[in-house]
Design a protein around this ligand. Structure first.
Ligand SMILES: [Zn+2]
Length: 52
């Protein structure tokens, strides 16, 4: 995946999408495309391991 902002290669990383205050609940992490410039994209394709 190429970043549409800066043109660099993006990586799939776990992103914290919801932090809970209840210790019984886990924080919610979601795999997203992340770029060094801060751009994030949802993974629309269900195949997370895409061919390069
Ligand atoms: Zn970028």
């Amino acid at each position: 995946m190429i970043c549409q902002k800066c043109g660099e290669e993006m990586e799939i990383k776990d992103v914290l999408v919801a932090r809970t205050t209840d210790p019984k609940d886990d924080d919610v992490w979601e795999k997203m495309w992340v770029c060094d410039c801060g751009e994030k994209l949802e993974i629309i394709n269900s195949e997370e391991e895409m061919e390069e």
